[in-house]
Design a protein around this ligand. Structure first.
Ligand code: UN1
Length: 494
């Protein structure tokens, strides 16, 4: 059987690349299974995608936002009917457990639903004037062609949380997914095509970041870029975009803490640490990679956590009961294993895991044991750098204040959890945690469609994603002064 060859989608047509070289799309749980092959598109093809988006823009901009939104609702319906298929593709392509994939597809559906609803609102404001018979108001207008560059770890939800608001706002899109997850991107694009999106409004370009990614970042006809991924790439994109004076939004790394105080419900907190630390194999920017414990409960908590880790089922995400799938590819697996070695050399105490899983079933994939380090200190690299794997570091502190200091002692600022029954401590934590979102008595992960998502410090550049806040990025505000005196102004405050 010949392998499916993915294509680019440019100006409403599926087109192959002129470059005969392809990238095989491999199932990380069964590396002898190639799902499809995707093109290594050329710079010219990336430019063609931008040109199509530019050409489609004037008409799409003129389409009223409630009408644009109807196409999104249509996409929502189609995605709903293809939800099971999409979740299976996600698990095969990225490796996460099928329950997580279903959850991710549901999240994408929620975002589509919420964002489509915003097409009927997309409100501006009315503003009082200091002058008589003058009316000031604002309208939201699209920016133009936007480039959306998305990562492999949430290959359904993240594209949707960029594409949906970009489109409903009236922008046209060039969408470049990670090289590791083109299949989900292909299906998402197909869904928008089936929903009746006009040609050129959404264009998919598959290929390398260093080739097509660079082209759609530097292209003079691109007026905004939204990126989720690593700090190195995000900061380079920001530098290039800011030189051209365009908008850039970047969602990057995290080193998220779960802080557990002595009055916490420990069972709940252990569960939060497991879900946050090992869920999705730790391959998420909201992963709880640090657990900060108040000394008095630390030994007990660590014991409970180790016991709970024994029940983590690892394997092919399609199999029922599996909680944790493989690393996404060999490179990612090796990065994680290198960090584990580093942790040992830095003097952290390895309590559990630390190895690649071998033996029946595991040899066919990139599986790593859930790994726990204790007695980690803030200066250690494993406590500072994003590992993006199933590795959790325990740090200990005497007081609440010290716990907070440790929680904040990293360059990133995405998410933080506090487990405590003490309302005063909870409220204080909300105030002082240097992050974009706080979870009280729940894990660091996840987010709802109608709430803003994003981080502070080195995590985020630009406005938040999701919620109504997302329109701060995807629209320009135009301020309108209407003078209905019909007269030359006699007075002015200035
Ligand atoms: C989540 O925690 O469910 O790339 C979402 C990431 C984040 C999304 C995390 N931007 O992992």
């Amino acid at each position: 059987m010949s392998l499916l060859q993915l294509k680019n989608y440019i100006n409403g047509k599926w087109v192959g690349s002129a470059n005969p070289e392809t990238i095989p799309n491999i199932n990380p749980a069964k590396i002898d299974e190639t799902l499809c092959v995707s093109p290594q598109s050329t710079r010219e093809e990336a430019r063609a995608a931008v040109a199509a988006a530019k050409e489609a823009f004037p008409k799409w901009k003129e389409t009223p936002s409630p009408v644009r939104a109807k196409i999104l609702f249509q996409a929502w319906q189609i995605m709903q009917s293809r939800a099971a298929e999409l979740a299976e593709t996600l698990t095969k392509e990225e490796g996460k457990a099928i329950g997580d994939s279903r959850g991710e597809v549901q999240r994408a559906l929620n975002i589509l639903e919420f964002t489509a609803g915003e097409g009927r609102r997309l409100r501006g404001s009315t503003i009082p004037s200091e002058l008589p018979r003058t009316f000031i108001y604002t309208v939201r207008q699209p920016i133009g062609v936007v480039s959306l560059i998305t990562p492999w770890n949430f290959p359904v939800a993240i594209p949707i949380w960029k594409i949906a608001p970009a489109l409903v706002s009236g922008n046209t899109v060039v969408f470049k997914p990670a090289e590791l997850t083109p299949f989900c991107a292909f299906k998402i694009t197909e869904i928008f095509e089936q929903a009746g999106l006009p040609a050129g409004v959404l264009n998919l370009i598959l290929g390398k970041g260093s080739v097509v990614g660079e082209e759609i970042v530097n292209h003079p006809d691109v007026h905004a870029i939204s990126f989720t991924g690593s700090n190195d790439v995000g900061c380079a994109i920001y530098e290039k975009g800011s030189k051209r004076g365009i908008r850039v939004q970047c969602e990057m790394g995290g080193k998220n803490p779960v802080v557990v105080l002595e009055d916490a419900d420990l069972e709940l907190a252990v569960e939060g640490a497991v879900q946050g630390g090992f869920g999705s194999t730790g391959q998420r920017c909201t992963a709880a990679s640090r657990v900060v414990l108040q000394e008095s409960i630390a030994d007990r908590f660590v014991e409970m956590l180790q016991k709970r880790m024994d029940s983590i089922v690892i394997g092919n995400g399609l199999e029922s009961g599996v909680f944790m799938g493989p690393a996404v590819d060999e490179k990612q697996m090796n990065t994680v294993l290198r960090y584990i070695e580093l942790g040992k050399n830095e003097g952290a105490r390895l309590l559990k895991g630390g190895n690649r899983l071998r033996g029946s079933g595991f040899d066919r994939g990139y599986f790593i044991e859930p790994t726990l380090f204790d007695h980690v200190t803030s200066e250690m690299k494993i406590a500072q750098e994003e590992i993006f794997g199933p590795v959790v570091s325990v740090l200990r502190a005497k007081t609440f204040e010290e716990c907070v200091e440790i929680a904040n002692s990293v360059p990133f600022g995405l998410s933080a959890s506090l487990y405590s029954q003490d309302i005063a401590k909870c409220m204080r934590f909300v105030e002082v945690a240097e992050v974009g979102k706080v979870h009280l008595n729940s894990p660091t992960i996840g987010g709802e469609a109608q709430a803003p998502f994003g981080g502070t410090k080195a995590t985020g550049i630009g406005p938040r994603e999701m919620g109504t806040e997302v329109f701060e990025f995807y629209t320009e505000v135009k301020t309108v002064y209407v003078d209905y005196t019909g007269q030359k102004r006699k007075t002015s405050m200035y």
